[in-house]
Design a protein around this ligand. Structure first.
Ligand code: GDP
Ligand code: MG
Length: 289
């Protein structure tokens, strides 16, 4: 039996959350084209009869500007320390210099697989072997794997390479656990993903979601969630004219939550104004950061 922690690092938007979902075959992490969608370290547990891998998706590596950002970077630090295998992700369409600079500074002790992602989107295919060679020559890199997390191509091969480096050991978690986070957390994340889809510019970054009530009844699950914003004007935008926007948000989120938990859901959404919550230690704690 092999068992261990496999942690995914990289710049915002490299495709870390998309890869986590592809590896798990299940939607564990929310994905958006906007940077800094992922705020927590999300552990996803893949168990078979031969191995258990605990994957961690981390927030992208950034310079902290708010207390919220500091908490996000603490999540990154924690996963640097306990990695048995590290996946360093780069977007194939980007100049590798900036990622290389970050990877060098991580000083990982675990074996590193550099994962070149989004090869589907590269027009000049000759650039890929060059990029691969660049990372193979780096001292921190054991090997390079090229994938498209979106199309799930190369993901099985990547899994085989991860297993090669994974240490022998007994499972850390029960066989049917998918994550160390409660269902409530994922429900809040699905609402947050829809906020990133529906609202523009800065608003999603000023928003948190807290699931206040989660009650499983015989025919459906009743969920009450609060959307936290920083200003009254933001509350108005979340609600929309006559509440049209929040209604749309509720419908989209409910569909995904129903799929996630595999049952009918009654979802109630409320909006609360909490000035400067992103810099307030107490609020951050209350909202799970
Ligand atoms: P993260 O910030 O590293 O977690 O990145 P996400 O997983 O949220 O992905 C960022 C964006 O890149 C999303 O719009 C994804 O759909 C997109 N993306 C991720 N993987 C791929 C890929 O293999 N190919 C393409 N074309 N887009 C991808
Ligand atoms: Mg992410």
């Amino acid at each position: 039996m092999k068992a261990g922690f496999v942690n995914i690092f990289g710049k915002p938007n490299a495709g870390k959350s998309t890869l986590l979902n592809a590896l798990m075959g299940e939607k564990m992490a929310i994905v958006s084209h906007k940077v800094q969608t992922t705020r927590h370290r999300i552990k996803a547990i893949l168990t078979t009869t031969d191995y258990q891998i605990i994957f961690s998706d981390t927030p992208g590596i950034i310079d902290p500007k708010y207390k919220l950002h500091e908490k996000m970077m603490q999540a990154v630090k924690g996963s640097l320390e306990d990695a048995d295998v590290a996946l360093l992700m780069v977007d194939a369409g980007e100049d590798p210099a900036e990622s290389h600079d970050i990877f060098q500074k991580l000083k990982l002790k675990a074996p590193v697989i550099v994962v070149i992602n989004k090869i589907d989107s590269v027009k000049n295919k000759e650039a890929i072997p060059e990029l691969q060679k660049f990372f193979e020559e780096q001292s921190y890199c054991k090997e390079v794997v090229t994938i498209s997390a979106l199309n799930k191509s190369g993901v099985d091969e990547l899994l085989q390479r991860i297993l090669f480096y994974l240490p022998e050991g007994q499972p850390f978690y029960e066989g049917d656990d998918l994550s160390d986070m409660p269902v409530k957390f994922f429900v809040g994340e699905l609402v947050r993903e829809k906020i990133f889809q529906l609202y523009h510019e800065e608003l999603p970054y000023h928003t948190a979601v807290v699931v206040q009530e989660y009650k499983e009844k015989t025919t459906l699950t009743k969920i009450r969630a609060e959307i936290i914003v920083q200003r009254e004007t933001q509350k108005g935008i979340i609600l929309g004219e006559g509440g049209v926007m929040i209604k749309q948000l509720g419908t989209l989120a409910r569909k995904d939550i129903e799929e996630f938990i595999g049952g009918k859901v009654f979802l109630e959404l409320y909006v609360k104004v909490r000035p400067k919550w992103r810099d307030n230690e107490l609020y951050l704690k209350e909202y799970g950061y």
